[in-house]
Design a binder for this molecule. Structure first.
Ligand code: ATP
Ligand SMILES: O=C(O)C[C@@H](O)[C@H](O)C(=O)CO
Length: 336
């Protein structure tokens, strides 16, 4: 217990920086995008989903980001407000940029993909001087997500936020959130991901995401153990490597590892698993729970979200996660 100490007595529990977008999730599921005619609109973007998840779990939550000056931007803003998220550092673009769109294709519960429209998006235009130091100073946790590092000026905004977090002892969480279409080269991606990861206390990613970061590590044998060890030589205290339905492993700086199985789920679509896992896991750590209990909580939250149509809207409350865990323990969630 207590692998990470969160600063006490701060106004805000959790602040995320990065993209605020729109998910358009296929209504006609179990078919390819070519045959999908209608979609439901939700707020999306991985860090937005995690922030909404934290707020649903009762944490005081804030967001640092940039939205388009259009109907989509206003939809996102009002959704955050309705969910009790502090929007004082959500800036509106004044250059005519647009809102990023993610069209989700649900061919089957295990075969899902995302078609992204991300040209000239507002979220990547956040500038370093627009990041409020006071908000980060007042937060226990700052979460960054890798996609915001893909382009300037958003890249500098994230590094400036990291500088403020370091200065004020705010715990830094890095959700790798690697989306290849946002980047231009493998070298650029690996270099910036590594530079950011060096500064982070908790790193969450899939095996594939860590592989991308190890593009230049030719001499090392690739394993979860070797991967996590590298980050303990920098700032990391916990590294979590996620393996989809196979569960997740958390490594700690003290040399321990903890494995969590996934919870049963009647899967509608798999995206949103990582974001809900992050919210549940971080919530647990912030309650000073053990890593095992926090991982189980994240896994249960993930099962709830992948059993639902949306990501953000389906983020569960404490009561919903507790109820799900109890139902699983009673054997009531049967997966065929
Ligand atoms: N098919 C599944 N059934 C049950 N739980 C799952 C399934 N897929 C993922 N999970 C849960 O979600 C957690 C995170 O999933 P995953 O490793 O797929 O992350 P991710 O790739 O970041 O997710 P995303 O698809 O949102 O990008 C897993 O550790 C597991 O607990
Ligand atoms: O992260 C995105 O931009 C899209 C998400 O909102 C999407 O729902 C998803 O992929 C969640 O993992």
């Amino acid at each position: 217990m207590g692998y990470v100490s969160f600063p006490a007595s701060r106004k805000t529990d959790f602040t995320a920086i990065g993209r605020l977008c729109i998910d358009l999730n296929a209504n006609e599921i179990n078919r390819p995008m070519e045959e999908t005619m209608t979609f439901t609109k939700y707020v999306g973007g991985s860090p937005a989903n995690i922030a909404i998840g934290m707020s649903r779990l009762g944490m005081e939550t804030a967001f640092i980001g940039k939205i388009a000056n259009d109907q989509m931007g206003r939809f996102i803003y009002s959704y955050l407000e309705r969910n009790g998220i502090d929007t004082s550092n959500v800036v509106t673009d004044d250059t005519g940029a647009v809102t990023g769109l993610a069209f989700t294709e649900i061919k089957s519960p295990t075969d899902c993909s995302i078609l992204m429209y991300r040209d000239h998006v507002a979220d990547l235009l956040l500038q370093a001087r627009e990041v409020q130091e006071q908000l980060i100073e007042d937060s226990k946790v700052l979460l960054i997500s890798g996609t915001a590092l893909a382009q300037s000026p958003s890249r500098e905004a994230v590094f400036q936020a990291l500088t403020y977090a370091k200065k004020h002892g705010t715990v830094i969480v890095f959700d790798l959130d690697y989306r290849p279409y946002t980047w231009t080269s493998a070298e650029e991606t690996a270099v910036y991901y590594n530079l950011a990861a060096e500064k982070c206390d908790i790193i969450l990613g899939t095996r594939e995401e860590f592989d991308m970061m190890e593009t230049f590590d030719h001499n090392t044998q690739r394993s979860d153990q070797v991967t996590s060890q590298k980050w303990f030589d920098y700032s990391a205290k916990i590294v979590v490597i996620k393996h989809g339905k196979e569960g997740s492993i958390a490594y700690t700086r003290e040399g321990l590892s903890h494995r969590a199985d996934s919870y049963p789920a009647r899967v509608v679509k798999t995206f949103g698993a990582g974001d809900s896992y992050a919210a549940g896991f971080l919530y647990g750590l912030m309650q000073n729970w053990t890593i095992e209990r926090s991982m189980a909580y994240g896994s249960a939250a993930a099962s709830i979200v992948i059993s639902s149509h949306s990501c953000s809207d389906a983020m569960p409350t404490v009561e919903q996660v507790n109820d799900y865990i109890e139902r699983c323990n009673r054997g009531e969630i049967i997966v065929s």
